[in-house]
Design a protein around this ligand. Structure first.
Ligand code: ADP
Length: 397
């Protein structure tokens, strides 16, 4: 599985179908002289079973070549080219992909076409794909899209009330992201409750550094909080989530920030970080304990926004069977889960204090009301690998 970010590349070799991780490589600071490669074999606790490399790595192509070279040099094998399938996480599939796709020239062209919708991410994803196709032409490659799971949204949920030709000519609509994570939550929920996905309605909350909510009716996503870009929706680590768009016009008139600085401010200096100076929830919770009022307000705004989305999606779905929390904050912060659900008893949503506090990992049930409240481990790598395998074997995802 290859996940090429804007300045990073993650490579993971998984044994399927169980998804045991055999090798894990992360390259960070791509494009600098002190790029950093870390290789690990998580199947062993032996500290010597890891190695690091620091040096110049110009781009994603070079990063992948360095991963391959380090695997050969370490003798750990198998090299990247020995995999049976290479699955690539691709951020934006636009309206072209409702599921994973076996990569050929046409798919590459479509991903390139969508670079205008995700200028920070798709070019990096593409570089990883192109390099892999050159290096390992014999290995089938599959693209798994962050947007695909949300392609089932009805037009009433994905269209914005904007001039129609913005949609037709410029692709302006809600696409949604974190699709593999929400799909994984759906799959794990179905397995845990022993019900087919068609048999329940689910609100899925992915609360990590990025955060999004998805309303899933009978196995199909019908609404999600991220939009044309991942900026819309919930309050995130450094992204604002929903704001009045006129704030931007006001700021261009009332400050000396230009549009590109405002874009950076909304993506990197807002959210929890903008409100209290940190985007690390653990740090913020420590600050709250020390009496920091800005940190308290940041958490209150964060939880309030999530609660509003739960209310909205309860209305969208009509009936909610399961509310699921996943990702860094969703899995690890009992206090956020409790605060988010506090006061939702009229929707049948309530958290049991003991079960919430003592959640121990895996899929866990923490409800005290009629709606099942689950904590579900984020398992995106497994989901991406599984979808790639299904795609190759012609099973619909
Ligand atoms: P990413 O979106 O980068 O994958 P993660 O899913 O790893 O992010 O989530 C990162 C967030 O999870 C951070 O805000 C971090 O503080 C929070 N987090 C991680 N562990 C804990 C914990 N034990 N308690 C509270 N928050 C946590």
């Amino acid at each position: 599985m290859i996940n090429s970010g804007s300045s990073s590349l993650k490579y993971r070799l998984l044994d399927m179908p169980g998804a045991a991780v055999r090798l894990d490589a992360v390259v960070e600071r791509i494009g600098r002289d002190d790029s950093h490669l870390r290789l690990r074999r998580p199947d062993t606790s032996d500290e010597t079973q890891g190695c690091e490399w620091v040096g110049p790595i110009a781009d994603h192509r070079a990063a992948l070549a360095q991963v391959d070279a380090s695997l050969r040099a370490s003798g750990w094998g198998p090299e990247v080219g020995a995999a049976d399938i290479v699955a690539h996480r691709v951020v934006h599939g636009g309206e072209s992909f409702q599921g994973p796709a076996l990569i050929d020239d046409q798919v590459v062209a479509a991903i390139r076409d969508h670079c205008r919708l995700a200028p920070l991410h798709n070019p990096a994803n593409l570089a990883g794909i192109e390099r892999c196709r050159e290096l390992f032409p014999q290995v089938p490659q599959v693209a798994v899209f962050d947007t695909a799971f949300h392609q089932s949204l009805p037009a009433s949920a994905y269209r914005y009330a904007l001039p129609t030709d913005w949609y037709h000519r410029h692709g302006v609509r809600r696409y949604g992201f974190h699709g593999t994570s929400h799909a994984s939550v759906l799959r794990q929920t179905a397995a845990f409750t022993r019900r087919p996905p068609e048999a329940f309605n689910l609100i899925s909350l992915h609360l990590g550094n990025g955060a999004s909510a998805a309303a899933i009716r009978a196995g199909r996503c019908v609404d999600t909080s991220m939009g044309l870009t991942p900026l819309e929706g919930l309050v995130m680590g450094t992204r604002s989530g929903d704001i009045d768009p006129a704030i931007l016009f006001h700021m261009t008139r009332d400050s000396d920030l230009d549009l590109s600085q405002l874009e950076t401010a909304l993506n990197r200096d807002s959210g929890l970080k903008g409100l209290c100076g940190s985007n690390d929830l653990r740090e913020i919770q420590r600050a709250v304990e020390a009496g920091d009022a800005a940190a308290r307000l940041a958490i209150d705004i964060y939880c309030y926004r999530i609660k509003k989305y739960i209310g909205a999606y309860a209305a969208v779905l009509g009936e909610v069977d399961v509310l699921a929390f996943t990702a860094g904050v969703g899995e690890n912060s009992a206090s956020i889960r409790a605060q988010v659900c506090d006061g939702l008893e009229s929707l049948g949503i309530a958290v049991d204090e003991q079960r919430n506090q003592y959640y121990q990992g895996g899929v866990g049930e923490i409800q005290a009301g009629a709606v099942k409240v689950l904590v579900v481990p984020a398992d995106e790598a497994h989901e991406i690998a599984r979808q790639a395998l299904d795609c190759l074997h012609g099973v619909s995802a």
